[in-house]
Design a protein around this ligand. Structure first.
Ligand code: FAD
Length: 344
Protein backbone atom coordinates (compact mmCIF):
# COMPACT_ATOMS: atom_id res chain seq x y z
CA UNK A 1 0.00 0.00 0.00
CA UNK A 2 2.19 2.83 -1.09
CA UNK A 3 2.66 5.98 -3.11
CA UNK A 4 5.16 6.72 -5.87
CA UNK A 5 6.20 10.38 -6.16
CA UNK A 6 7.65 11.50 -9.49
CA UNK A 7 10.11 14.38 -9.11
CA UNK A 8 12.23 15.66 -6.26
CA UNK A 9 11.75 19.42 -6.57
CA UNK A 10 9.89 21.49 -3.97
CA UNK A 11 6.58 19.88 -4.91
CA UNK A 12 7.81 16.28 -4.60
CA UNK A 13 9.82 16.98 -1.46
CA UNK A 14 6.85 18.60 0.28
CA UNK A 15 4.54 15.71 -0.67
CA UNK A 16 7.14 13.21 0.57
CA UNK A 17 7.46 15.03 3.88
CA UNK A 18 3.67 15.25 4.34
CA UNK A 19 3.41 11.49 3.76
CA UNK A 20 6.25 10.87 6.18
CA UNK A 21 4.50 12.97 8.82
CA UNK A 22 1.32 10.88 8.62
CA UNK A 23 3.20 7.58 8.37
CA UNK A 24 2.20 6.73 4.79
CA UNK A 25 4.80 4.68 2.88
CA UNK A 26 6.23 6.11 -0.35
CA UNK A 27 9.14 6.14 -2.76
CA UNK A 28 10.34 9.12 -4.78
CA UNK A 29 11.87 9.02 -8.25
CA UNK A 30 14.50 11.63 -9.10
CA UNK A 31 17.44 11.01 -11.42
CA UNK A 32 20.52 13.23 -11.38
CA UNK A 33 20.34 14.09 -15.08
CA UNK A 34 16.99 15.92 -15.38
CA UNK A 35 17.08 19.63 -14.45
CA UNK A 36 14.93 21.21 -11.78
CA UNK A 37 13.57 24.66 -11.09
CA UNK A 38 14.10 24.12 -7.36
CA UNK A 39 17.86 23.67 -7.85
CA UNK A 40 18.04 27.18 -9.32
CA UNK A 41 15.30 29.03 -7.38
CA UNK A 42 16.38 32.09 -5.42
CA UNK A 43 13.89 31.01 -2.77
CA UNK A 44 12.48 34.35 -1.69
CA UNK A 45 9.07 34.63 -0.06
CA UNK A 46 7.37 37.98 -0.24
CA UNK A 47 3.79 38.77 0.83
CA UNK A 48 3.40 41.73 -1.55
CA UNK A 49 2.78 41.70 -5.31
CA UNK A 50 4.65 44.85 -6.33
CA UNK A 51 2.87 45.58 -9.60
CA UNK A 52 -0.53 46.30 -8.05
CA UNK A 53 0.64 46.46 -4.42
CA UNK A 54 -1.73 43.64 -3.54
CA UNK A 55 -1.29 41.03 -0.87
CA UNK A 56 -0.15 37.74 -2.30
CA UNK A 57 -3.00 35.19 -2.54
CA UNK A 58 -3.84 33.49 0.81
CA UNK A 59 -0.77 34.99 2.45
CA UNK A 60 -2.24 34.82 5.97
CA UNK A 61 -2.59 31.05 5.74
CA UNK A 62 0.50 30.33 3.64
CA UNK A 63 3.21 32.12 5.64
CA UNK A 64 2.63 30.47 9.05
CA UNK A 65 2.25 27.02 7.45
CA UNK A 66 5.43 27.56 5.44
CA UNK A 67 7.52 28.67 8.42
CA UNK A 68 6.42 25.75 10.61
CA UNK A 69 7.01 23.28 7.81
CA UNK A 70 10.52 24.45 6.85
CA UNK A 71 11.54 24.81 10.50
CA UNK A 72 10.61 21.19 11.11
CA UNK A 73 12.68 20.20 8.06
CA UNK A 74 15.62 22.22 9.39
CA UNK A 75 15.40 20.19 12.59
CA UNK A 76 15.14 16.81 10.88
CA UNK A 77 17.82 17.53 8.25
CA UNK A 78 20.16 19.43 10.59
CA UNK A 79 20.65 22.36 8.18
CA UNK A 80 19.70 26.06 8.15
CA UNK A 81 17.21 26.62 5.38
CA UNK A 82 15.30 29.82 6.13
CA UNK A 83 16.74 33.26 6.53
CA UNK A 84 14.18 35.88 7.54
CA UNK A 85 14.97 39.40 6.39
CA UNK A 86 13.26 42.57 5.32
CA UNK A 87 13.09 43.69 1.73
CA UNK A 88 13.18 47.29 0.54
CA UNK A 89 11.29 48.19 -2.61
CA UNK A 90 12.48 51.10 -4.76
CA UNK A 91 9.66 53.66 -5.06
CA UNK A 92 9.92 54.87 -8.65
CA UNK A 93 7.55 57.79 -8.79
CA UNK A 94 5.04 59.92 -6.90
CA UNK A 95 2.02 57.86 -7.98
CA UNK A 96 3.61 54.68 -6.59
CA UNK A 97 4.55 56.49 -3.37
CA UNK A 98 0.97 57.71 -2.93
CA UNK A 99 -0.33 54.19 -3.56
CA UNK A 100 2.15 52.76 -1.04
CA UNK A 101 1.08 55.28 1.61
CA UNK A 102 -2.59 54.53 0.92
CA UNK A 103 -1.94 50.81 1.52
CA UNK A 104 -0.16 51.68 4.77
CA UNK A 105 -3.44 53.08 6.12
CA UNK A 106 -5.17 49.72 5.52
CA UNK A 107 -4.87 47.40 8.55
CA UNK A 108 -4.78 44.36 6.25
CA UNK A 109 -1.45 45.58 4.83
CA UNK A 110 0.28 46.95 7.94
CA UNK A 111 1.67 43.57 9.10
CA UNK A 112 3.47 43.35 5.75
CA UNK A 113 4.41 46.92 4.78
CA UNK A 114 6.32 49.74 6.47
CA UNK A 115 7.25 53.35 5.82
CA UNK A 116 9.18 54.74 2.88
CA UNK A 117 12.67 55.98 3.70
CA UNK A 118 15.07 57.43 1.13
CA UNK A 119 12.85 56.21 -1.77
CA UNK A 120 12.65 52.62 -0.49
CA UNK A 121 9.49 51.12 1.03
CA UNK A 122 9.86 48.44 3.68
CA UNK A 123 8.32 44.99 3.12
CA UNK A 124 8.00 42.82 6.22
CA UNK A 125 7.73 39.06 6.73
CA UNK A 126 9.99 38.33 3.77
CA UNK A 127 12.93 35.97 3.67
CA UNK A 128 14.73 33.33 1.68
CA UNK A 129 14.61 29.55 1.64
CA UNK A 130 17.82 27.84 0.52
CA UNK A 131 16.05 25.69 -2.07
CA UNK A 132 19.18 24.01 -3.46
CA UNK A 133 20.32 22.98 0.03
CA UNK A 134 16.84 21.69 0.90
CA UNK A 135 16.80 19.65 -2.28
CA UNK A 136 20.27 18.11 -1.92
CA UNK A 137 19.88 17.33 1.77
CA UNK A 138 16.34 15.94 1.47
CA UNK A 139 17.19 13.77 -1.54
CA UNK A 140 20.31 12.39 0.12
CA UNK A 141 18.26 11.58 3.25
CA UNK A 142 15.73 9.71 1.11
CA UNK A 143 18.62 7.85 -0.50
CA UNK A 144 20.02 6.80 2.86
CA UNK A 145 16.52 5.62 3.88
CA UNK A 146 16.24 3.61 0.63
CA UNK A 147 13.20 5.65 -0.42
CA UNK A 148 14.83 7.10 -3.55
CA UNK A 149 14.74 5.64 -7.06
CA UNK A 150 17.54 7.33 -9.01
CA UNK A 151 16.34 6.91 -12.57
CA UNK A 152 14.01 8.69 -14.97
CA UNK A 153 10.36 7.70 -14.62
CA UNK A 154 9.35 6.09 -17.92
CA UNK A 155 5.61 6.13 -18.51
CA UNK A 156 5.88 3.19 -20.92
CA UNK A 157 7.05 1.02 -17.98
CA UNK A 158 3.89 1.76 -15.98
CA UNK A 159 1.36 -1.07 -16.12
CA UNK A 160 -1.93 -0.21 -14.42
CA UNK A 161 -4.31 -3.06 -13.68
CA UNK A 162 -7.59 -2.83 -11.80
CA UNK A 163 -5.97 -3.39 -8.40
CA UNK A 164 -2.56 -1.78 -8.59
CA UNK A 165 -0.03 0.22 -10.57
CA UNK A 166 2.98 -1.84 -11.55
CA UNK A 167 6.20 0.03 -12.25
CA UNK A 168 9.23 -2.06 -13.15
CA UNK A 169 9.32 -4.69 -10.39
CA UNK A 170 7.35 -2.70 -7.77
CA UNK A 171 3.65 -2.07 -7.18
CA UNK A 172 1.97 1.09 -5.93
CA UNK A 173 -1.55 2.22 -5.06
CA UNK A 174 -1.14 5.67 -6.51
CA UNK A 175 1.31 7.99 -8.23
CA UNK A 176 1.69 11.70 -7.50
CA UNK A 177 3.28 13.49 -10.44
CA UNK A 178 5.46 16.42 -9.26
CA UNK A 179 7.43 16.87 -12.47
CA UNK A 180 7.51 20.66 -12.60
CA UNK A 181 7.74 22.00 -16.16
CA UNK A 182 7.99 18.46 -17.57
CA UNK A 183 4.31 17.85 -16.72
CA UNK A 184 3.41 19.82 -19.84
CA UNK A 185 4.48 16.68 -21.78
CA UNK A 186 2.76 14.12 -19.52
CA UNK A 187 -0.09 12.52 -21.53
CA UNK A 188 -2.28 12.32 -18.39
CA UNK A 189 -2.03 16.05 -17.67
CA UNK A 190 -0.81 17.90 -20.75
CA UNK A 191 -4.36 19.11 -21.46
CA UNK A 192 -3.94 21.51 -18.52
CA UNK A 193 -3.04 25.07 -19.57
CA UNK A 194 0.63 25.42 -18.61
CA UNK A 195 2.29 28.76 -19.33
CA UNK A 196 5.89 27.87 -18.60
CA UNK A 197 8.24 30.71 -17.76
CA UNK A 198 12.01 30.71 -18.03
CA UNK A 199 13.96 32.50 -15.31
CA UNK A 200 17.61 33.44 -14.90
CA UNK A 201 19.74 35.03 -12.22
CA UNK A 202 23.32 36.23 -12.07
CA UNK A 203 25.83 36.88 -9.30
CA UNK A 204 28.06 39.95 -9.47
CA UNK A 205 31.20 40.66 -7.47
CA UNK A 206 31.73 44.38 -6.82
CA UNK A 207 34.97 46.08 -5.88
CA UNK A 208 33.44 47.54 -2.74
CA UNK A 209 30.46 46.83 -0.48
CA UNK A 210 27.17 48.27 -1.73
CA UNK A 211 24.27 47.15 0.43
CA UNK A 212 23.83 44.78 3.35
CA UNK A 213 20.04 44.69 2.99
CA UNK A 214 17.91 43.09 0.28
CA UNK A 215 16.67 45.61 -2.25
CA UNK A 216 14.19 45.36 -5.08
CA UNK A 217 14.59 47.62 -8.09
CA UNK A 218 12.57 45.51 -10.57
CA UNK A 219 15.13 42.75 -9.81
CA UNK A 220 16.00 41.62 -6.30
CA UNK A 221 19.52 42.60 -5.20
CA UNK A 222 20.54 40.12 -2.53
CA UNK A 223 23.83 40.47 -0.65
CA UNK A 224 25.40 37.03 -0.29
CA UNK A 225 28.69 38.01 1.36
CA UNK A 226 32.17 39.03 0.17
CA UNK A 227 30.85 42.00 -1.90
CA UNK A 228 28.84 39.50 -3.96
CA UNK A 229 25.22 40.12 -4.90
CA UNK A 230 22.65 37.85 -6.50
CA UNK A 231 20.45 39.66 -9.04
CA UNK A 232 17.20 37.75 -9.50
CA UNK A 233 15.37 37.13 -11.74
CA UNK A 234 14.15 37.35 -15.36
CA UNK A 235 10.74 36.21 -16.68
CA UNK A 236 10.45 35.04 -20.30
CA UNK A 237 7.79 32.92 -21.95
CA UNK A 238 9.72 32.20 -25.16
CA UNK A 239 12.77 30.09 -25.99
CA UNK A 240 11.94 27.68 -23.21
CA UNK A 241 15.23 25.86 -22.82
CA UNK A 242 17.28 25.54 -19.63
CA UNK A 243 20.26 27.51 -20.99
CA UNK A 244 21.63 30.84 -19.78
CA UNK A 245 21.55 33.81 -22.18
CA UNK A 246 23.52 37.07 -22.62
CA UNK A 247 20.18 38.96 -22.86
CA UNK A 248 19.34 37.99 -19.27
CA UNK A 249 22.62 39.50 -18.06
CA UNK A 250 21.74 42.82 -19.70
CA UNK A 251 18.20 42.79 -18.25
CA UNK A 252 19.33 41.92 -14.73
CA UNK A 253 22.08 44.53 -14.69
CA UNK A 254 19.68 47.37 -15.54
CA UNK A 255 18.08 47.42 -12.10
CA UNK A 256 21.48 47.13 -10.46
CA UNK A 257 23.47 49.78 -12.35
CA UNK A 258 20.60 52.24 -11.90
CA UNK A 259 21.34 52.15 -8.16
CA UNK A 260 25.10 51.51 -7.98
CA UNK A 261 27.99 52.99 -9.91
CA UNK A 262 30.94 50.79 -8.95
CA UNK A 263 33.10 48.38 -10.99
CA UNK A 264 31.93 44.77 -10.83
CA UNK A 265 32.15 41.48 -12.70
CA UNK A 266 29.54 38.80 -13.38
CA UNK A 267 30.77 35.60 -11.70
CA UNK A 268 27.83 33.20 -11.99
CA UNK A 269 24.61 32.70 -13.95
CA UNK A 270 21.83 30.08 -13.82
CA UNK A 271 18.64 29.38 -15.76
CA UNK A 272 15.59 27.13 -15.25
CA UNK A 273 11.96 26.76 -16.29
CA UNK A 274 9.31 27.64 -13.72
CA UNK A 275 6.17 25.42 -13.75
CA UNK A 276 3.89 28.40 -14.31
CA UNK A 277 0.22 28.08 -15.29
CA UNK A 278 -2.30 30.31 -17.00
CA UNK A 279 -4.44 31.24 -13.96
CA UNK A 280 -1.52 31.33 -11.47
CA UNK A 281 -3.08 28.82 -9.08
CA UNK A 282 -1.55 25.42 -8.29
CA UNK A 283 -2.72 22.25 -9.99
CA UNK A 284 -4.02 19.57 -7.61
CA UNK A 285 -6.19 16.57 -8.37
CA UNK A 286 -6.39 13.27 -10.19
CA UNK A 287 -6.41 12.37 -13.85
CA UNK A 288 -9.86 11.96 -15.44
CA UNK A 289 -8.38 8.81 -17.09
CA UNK A 290 -7.28 7.10 -13.87
CA UNK A 291 -8.14 8.37 -10.37
CA UNK A 292 -4.99 6.78 -8.91
CA UNK A 293 -2.79 9.22 -10.84
CA UNK A 294 -2.48 12.61 -9.11
CA UNK A 295 -0.76 15.87 -9.97
CA UNK A 296 0.84 18.48 -7.72
CA UNK A 297 2.12 21.28 -9.90
CA UNK A 298 1.68 24.89 -11.01
CA UNK A 299 3.79 26.37 -8.22
CA UNK A 300 5.04 29.01 -10.66
CA UNK A 301 7.20 31.73 -9.16
CA UNK A 302 5.83 31.27 -5.62
CA UNK A 303 6.71 27.67 -4.88
CA UNK A 304 8.36 28.43 -1.55
CA UNK A 305 5.13 29.85 -0.08
CA UNK A 306 2.66 27.56 -1.85
CA UNK A 307 4.25 24.10 -1.59
CA UNK A 308 3.95 23.40 2.18
CA UNK A 309 0.27 24.44 2.47
CA UNK A 310 -0.94 22.83 -0.74
CA UNK A 311 1.04 19.59 -0.40
CA UNK A 312 -0.79 19.11 2.93
CA UNK A 313 -4.07 20.03 1.24
CA UNK A 314 -3.56 17.36 -1.45
CA UNK A 315 -2.49 14.71 1.05
CA UNK A 316 -5.59 15.40 3.18
CA UNK A 317 -7.70 15.10 0.04
CA UNK A 318 -6.17 11.75 -0.92
CA UNK A 319 -6.03 10.13 2.52
CA UNK A 320 -8.94 11.77 4.35
CA UNK A 321 -11.25 12.52 1.45
CA UNK A 322 -11.26 16.27 2.18
CA UNK A 323 -12.55 18.39 -0.69
CA UNK A 324 -10.03 20.37 -2.73
CA UNK A 325 -10.38 24.13 -2.90
CA UNK A 326 -12.03 24.86 -6.28
CA UNK A 327 -9.28 27.41 -7.11
CA UNK A 328 -6.61 24.70 -7.06
CA UNK A 329 -8.63 21.68 -8.20
CA UNK A 330 -7.72 20.77 -11.79
CA UNK A 331 -11.43 20.13 -12.34
CA UNK A 332 -11.63 23.85 -13.07
CA UNK A 333 -10.10 23.01 -16.46
CA UNK A 334 -12.11 19.86 -17.27
CA UNK A 335 -13.69 21.57 -20.28
CA UNK A 336 -10.21 21.57 -21.80
CA UNK A 337 -9.90 17.87 -21.06
CA UNK A 338 -13.20 17.17 -22.82
CA UNK A 339 -12.11 19.32 -25.79
CA UNK A 340 -8.50 18.12 -25.71
CA UNK A 341 -8.53 16.76 -29.25
CA UNK A 342 -9.55 20.19 -30.55
CA UNK A 343 -6.80 21.90 -28.47
CA UNK A 344 -3.95 19.77 -29.80
C1 FAD B 1 15.50 31.82 -11.74
C2 FAD B 1 14.38 31.35 -10.83
C3 FAD B 1 14.18 32.00 -9.62
C4 FAD B 1 13.16 31.58 -8.76
N1 FAD B 1 13.01 32.22 -7.58
C5 FAD B 1 12.00 31.87 -6.76
C6 FAD B 1 11.82 32.55 -5.53
O1 FAD B 1 12.58 33.47 -5.19
N2 FAD B 1 10.78 32.16 -4.73
C7 FAD B 1 9.93 31.15 -5.08
O2 FAD B 1 9.00 30.85 -4.32
N3 FAD B 1 10.08 30.50 -6.26
C8 FAD B 1 11.08 30.84 -7.09
N4 FAD B 1 11.24 30.17 -8.28
C9 FAD B 1 10.22 29.17 -8.65
C10 FAD B 1 10.50 27.80 -8.01
O3 FAD B 1 11.69 27.31 -8.56
C11 FAD B 1 9.34 26.86 -8.30
O4 FAD B 1 8.12 27.39 -7.81
C12 FAD B 1 9.53 25.49 -7.64
O5 FAD B 1 10.86 25.15 -7.50
C13 FAD B 1 8.80 24.44 -8.45
O6 FAD B 1 9.00 23.19 -7.85
P1 FAD B 1 8.50 21.87 -8.59
O7 FAD B 1 8.87 20.74 -7.72
O8 FAD B 1 7.09 22.01 -9.03
O9 FAD B 1 9.37 21.81 -9.95
P2 FAD B 1 10.92 21.39 -10.09
O10 FAD B 1 11.76 22.01 -9.06
O11 FAD B 1 11.31 21.67 -11.52
O12 FAD B 1 10.91 19.84 -9.81
C14 FAD B 1 10.41 18.90 -10.73
C15 FAD B 1 11.32 17.70 -10.62
O13 FAD B 1 10.79 16.61 -11.37
C16 FAD B 1 11.90 15.94 -11.96
N5 FAD B 1 11.39 15.16 -13.08
C17 FAD B 1 10.77 15.63 -14.18
N6 FAD B 1 10.46 14.59 -15.00
C18 FAD B 1 10.87 13.46 -14.36
C19 FAD B 1 10.84 12.08 -14.70
N7 FAD B 1 10.31 11.62 -15.85
N8 FAD B 1 11.36 11.19 -13.82
C20 FAD B 1 11.88 11.61 -12.65
N9 FAD B 1 11.95 12.91 -12.29
C21 FAD B 1 11.45 13.82 -13.13
C22 FAD B 1 12.84 17.06 -12.35
O14 FAD B 1 14.16 16.59 -12.54
C23 FAD B 1 12.70 18.00 -11.17
O15 FAD B 1 13.66 17.75 -10.17
C24 FAD B 1 12.28 30.53 -9.14
C25 FAD B 1 12.50 29.87 -10.35
C26 FAD B 1 13.53 30.28 -11.19
C27 FAD B 1 13.74 29.54 -12.49
Amino acid sequence: MSTLIIGGGLAGICIAEQLKQIGEPFKLIQPTNIPSSTAVATGMFNPIVFKRLNLSWMVDALIPEMLTFYQSLEASLGVNLVEKHELFKKIKNQAYEDFWNKRLKDSEYTPFMGDINNTFGEVKQTGTLDCALLQTSYISKLKSEKLLIESKFQLENLVPDKDQLHYNDETFDRIIFCEGAFAAENPYFKWLPFKLCKGEWITVRAEEPMTDIVLNNVVNIIPIGGNEYKLSSTFTWEDLDWKTTPEAIDDLLKGFTELFDVPFQVIDQKAAIRPTVADRRPYLGSSPDDDRLFIFNGLGSKGVMLAPYFSKHLVKHIFRGEKLLPEVDIKRHYKRYLNRNENT
